[in-house]
Write a protein that binds this ligand. Structure first.
Ligand code: DI6
Ligand code: FE
Length: 410
């Protein structure tokens, strides 16, 4: 606990317990208080040590013995898209695989068609509903990728919608340019020419309008090769954008090692990551983002290499991957539960995975992701008796209050 040099606070929460997520554990402070000034955490610690402040002038809230955690961070989503893929879901239940459908011209490409057709308003309304579902569960920061446009105009349209969502909601949105998500039909036999477009006109326009905070690619047999992915990374580097990668989801192409050599913020999915890959991302400080929703929805059976990730002390984050094809869901609380039930992560690993490590995966851990004096006051007050409860139960939303940059927003 520490203290800023004056005791003028904008607001104070009393009668709370804190899970600060600052250490290798929950960082629990029971019978605590937390004070906010200028949208930042100004003081936190045991209630008995709270400095005296002007009680009459300062809004003071009673947490009634609830728990405050950092605001949750969904560090990998595809919230903006047109249409839905329920019919493909039916096809998969009749025996077709995700790859079969993609190879037959469905999959990502079918969402591309719907996204190209949708106007900005339609995309905005669809994404807003999904964003609101996340926010109701205590999410205060969301990453949103493009990648269902696959032409310059539609990629730009998606990213503009993502930026617009941020303007109208009390949430921070980090945008990621994912032009190299799939090969669009018009480039069916010309993948290199498509990569030329991604690395040229597309990224240039995205950068010119300041629409992306990072660049991502899908390195996979149904996506792009290692060499093509490298070209995208070089373009990102040229424009000073950090990189992320969909890697080792269905096979091991060595994408994670390549990403590590570019100091990637994160590699995501990683079911097929091997020890060499784990060593590489450990050395580069890259976060392993695991996506239990996609694992569940595609009925995968191969688990990401958790023992190796732990052994090499790779930070692990968890996200929804919310998208119409492989993870059509908008609940980070469900991801906490699935991370534990399907991935056997501990409830603490799960909570760190949607707070401090998710912040690292977005390059914003200096500012959010833990309860730390000086960080932005993104907080959630929960009606729970212990933070493990956030992973344990699902379907009863225990979120009592959401505080974004010091303001109560939900
Ligand atoms: N991996 C995924 O799981 C999503 N994208 C990706 O690169 C799936 C996207 C989709 O099927 O629409
Ligand atoms: Fe994804």
């Amino acid at each position: 606990m520490s203290m800023i040099n004056n005791t003028e606070f904008d607001s104070v929460w009393l009668d709370v317990n804190l899970a600060t997520i600052n250490n290798d554990d929950y960082g629990i402070i029971e019978n605590a208080a937390i004070a906010i000034k200028d949208g930042k955490i100004a003081w936190l610690g045991p209630r008995a040590k709270l400095p005296s402040f002007d009680v009459l002038a300062t809004p003071t809230y009673q947490g009634k013995g609830g728990w405050i955690t950092p605001g949750l961070i969904d560090c990998h989503s595809h919230l903006v898209y047109g249409g839905n893929r329920a019919s493909e879901f039916e096809m998969r239940l009749e025996g077709a695989s995700y790859q079969d459908i993609a190879n037959a011209g469905g999959g990502i490409v079918s969402t591309v068609k719907a996204t190209r057709q949708a106007d900005e308003e339609t995309l905005y309304v669809g994404a807003k509903n999904r964003l609101n579902a996340l926010m109701k569960e205590g999410v205060t920061t969301v990453e949103i990728k493009s990648g269902y446009g696959l032409d310059t105009a539609t990629e730009i349209k998606m990213l503009r919608v993502a930026r617009l969502l941020a303007q109208h909601h009390p949430v921070d949105i980090k945008t990621t340019f994912l032009g190299a998500h799939a090969l669009p039909p018009e480039f069916k036999d010309a993948p290199e020419a498509y990569i030329d477009l991604v690395c040229g006109e597309m990224i240039e326009q995205v950068v010119a309008e300041n629409l992306a905070d990072a660049v991502d690619a899908f390195c996979e047999s149904v996506g792009f090769s290692l060499a093509q992915t490298k070209r995208v990374f070089d373009a990102a580097q040229k424009h000073n954008l950090p990189i992320k990668l969909h890697a080792e989801q269905m096979s091991n192409l060595g994408g994670s090692e390549l990403a590590a050599s570019y100091q990637a913020l994160s590699v995501d999915h990683i079911e097929y990551l091997d020890e060499e890959g784990v060593k590489a991302i450990a050395a580069s400080g890259t976060v392993a983002v695991v996506l239990p929703g996609a694992f569940y929805f595609l009925r995968e059976t191969k688990l990401p290499p958790f023992d190796l990730l732990r052994q090499y002390k790779v930070p692990m984050a968890i996200a929804t991957d919310s998208n119409p094809g492989s993870s059509p869901l908008c609940s980070l609380q469900l991801m906490l539960n699935m991370a534990c039930t399907l991935f056997r992560m501990t409830p603490f690993e799960a909570l760190a995975g949607v707070t401090i490590n998710a912040a690292k995966a977005l390059g914003i851990s200096e500012n959010v992701g833990s309860l730390t004096v000086g960080k932005q006051a993104d907080l959630v007050l929960w009606d729970i008796e212990h933070p493990a409860q956030l992973s344990y139960q699902f379907g009863v939303n225990p979120c009592l209050q959401v505080i974004k940059a010091g303001k109560i927003v939900g």
